[in-house]
Design a protein around this ligand. Sequence first.
Ligand SMILES: Cc1cc2nc3c(=O)[nH]c(=O)nc-3n(C[C@H](O)[C@H](O)[C@H](O)COP(=O)(O)OP(=O)(O)OC[C@H]3O[C@@H](n4cnc5c(N)ncnc54)[C@H](O)[C@@H]3O)c2cc1C
Length: 803
Amino acid sequence: MKRHAQAVVIGGGVVGVSVLYHLTKAGWKDVLLIERAELTSGSTWHAAGGMHTVNGDPNVAKLQQYTINLYEEIERISGQSCGVHITGGIMLAGTQERLDWLKMAQARGRYLGMDLEMISVDEAARLFPLMDKQHFTGAMYDPIEGHVDPYGVTHAYAKAAEIAGAEVVRRTRVTELKARADGSWDVITEHGSVHAEHVVNAGGLWAREVGRMVGLELPILAMQHQYILTDDIAQLAGRPEQLHCIDFEGEIYLRQERGGMLMGTYERAGAPWSEHTTPWDFGQDLLPNDLERIAPSLEIGFEHFPALGSVGIRKVINGPFTFAPDGNPLIGPIKGLRNFWVACGVMAGFSQGGGVGLTLAHWMVDGDPGADIWGMDVARYGGWATLAYTNAKVRENYSRRFRIRFPNEELEAARPLRTTPVYDRLAAQNAVFGEYCALEHALWFAPPGVAAKESITFRRSNAHEHVAAECRNVRTAVGLLEISTYGKFEIDGPGAAEWLDYLMANRVPAVGRIGLTPMLNERGKLIGDFTMCRLSENHVFLIGTYAAENYYMRWFERHLPATGVRVRPCATEYVGLSVAGPQARALLQGLVHEDLSNTAFPFLSFKRIDVGMIPALLGRVSFTGDLGYEIWVTGDYQRALYDLLFAAGRAHGIRLVGARALNSMRLEKSFGTWAREYRPIYSPYEASLARFVDLSKGDFIGRSAAVGDKGRVGGVRLVAFSVAAADADASGDEPIWHDGKVVGAVTSGGFGHSAQTSIALGYVPAELAQAAGSFEVEIIGVRRAARRLDAAAFDPQGLRMRS
Ligand SMILES: Cc1cc2nc3c(=O)[nH]c(=O)nc-3n(C[C@H](O)[C@H](O)[C@H](O)COP(=O)(O)OP(=O)(O)OC[C@H]3O[C@@H](n4cnc5c(N)ncnc54)[C@H](O)[C@@H]3O)c2cc1C
């Protein structure tokens, strides 16, 4: 084993070898993989090897496409077969809702260039004769599905990496990791130590343990997963290999294995494995079978596919593999640790391993993943994702693997966990709660006599009319909203303003003012959008997206000077309430001594002000697009503030307003949000944020790229549409058609209650951003006429928020 390497990858499962291969491909040849036993000695060796392109997140779907296409390349380089069988696959629907879901998946696939096809039950039965037609209503066909040989794939990656110069060391466990002052690592193993500039944790089943070596508790949990292999089935003899099949109602998957079938299930009562610590002596082992646990699914399987029930079970496999709470991988660098990277929680290694390796290698070598991997970024989880939280969410996610997630559906596991002081007050007012970063927040309020429960649906729900009433209240009187779910940072010190000016694309505002700004990476792409509130010369209160707190902190730390600037995340220390609507000023003026007139406290003002007896930070800004104020207080004051505003607001017609109404109002104002409209694949010019980029202010990160991007022809543009929807609005990822061709995808959508139209925001090619011709947005399989909006659907001049 070499004693020094540019990077050490810990773990020789399918993910570790892919990272190793991609590092060599990206130009790092002095790389070493250390495996505790033989390659594949974690979950990899007993995997069913299935692979598919469909994924709920289009960006993850793209990486799955990449992975599948990669097998030919590593086979060619290594000479090792990956045992690729592209059989094609069908997804069977047994209900109308599932059919709708499939139509939506097919529509999403259109934008990604996937060739998915809706087919009838008869057609499905012709392609997959084992099914009993009476249980199904329709199906979708995907030509790019199949399976690989897990052993072959892992060794092909490893050999291809070795050919490029990498070293693979087996039967050597990493036991300790020690950070050096210069950011490099001493990797201590059973057989001596290696000095590494970078370390990658690809420990799979042991990723938690490897994380703990550096004080990190990763939110991952292994679940036991079982599949059966049947005896030979006479019906299959002499026929071409059967398609892969997912039976959503049965919650099972099937594929052919030799002369029989492989059938697996993600059962509802799934069982975790090694909840706290994974034993080091577990290797190429299986867990004891527990057929009883999956018996309900097997019974349905035998009913839906009778031939499987007519033969014996040849073998049962029960093996563990790891999941993050949302089922997506955890990849990237870790805030607070230098040169330490993770690539773990990969539950679909044979669909995703290639994409994970590619993006992580780019990130390490180029400083940027080169793709939009927000959905897989380890930074999306904060300290709230404890082991027990992860346990509850992973079990839920596992049990729902084949269930539909409706756009308005809130999942129940691990709730309520985090609440703000006004939670009980809101609950007493019939709030229907949602969860965001484990924090409860009100979605809408059921009027007296109406059940505080939302029906889950692809269409407009029972909340529609109540949300409409909340929006009306904001537009005609005043609404009271809790706004605690934003991320907040205090930035202070003598160098604070100068540092922020270099970090952000817009100028830091004057003392007492608010400035909106994108944050760009070196490539000029959007990695954040913030509200900068200047409290004093040396103190800025920064508001952004809470889910991205660690993502931002990672970036801030990377660019923080040794002295002179302090950055402190304070999201839950400051909770907030907002009042918005034409009566907001009159309401608030009655509670503060300072003059709140438009001249004294105009739009985008910010100040420390006492509201009644409550010390607060007051900003004149509102995401509703109306006259409004955001009031930030520490948690101990929030209930008093709520009571004060609510009592004083009665005379002004106050009403509680939730997140659904806020979403409706921001859509009709064409206001984008992080992780939907604003993502690291778009420039601010593409995202219609040009007015917030100040190229005249001097240098800032991403400036030279932004100079090139400004006025650049081509690329995409964010556009708003008024959609002639019927009873369902766009919710995200629906294709946008123009003159009969798919040209883009929706980033978010919903009904604009004040503008009285269904609205969709989405990206289209720049040359179409001003185009005539007919646009359509495809919603649940139906193409709905869409009119491009030149300005916001509501108050296009923005007069109300400035009034
Ligand atoms: C029954 C079953 C069926 C499955 N079916 C499919 C499927 O059809 N399709 C699909 O895509 N996925 C499937 N999976 C999931 C798939 O197996 C995983 O996604 C994949 O194996 C994850 O690979 P990994 O490299 O992250 O982890 P692992 O395979 O667990 O690899 C981690 C490696 O790191 C090594 N290691 C850990 N700690 C150390 C250390 N300190 N020092 C040195 N080495 C260390 C381990 O020995 C191990 O070899 C299935 C899983 C199971 C259990």
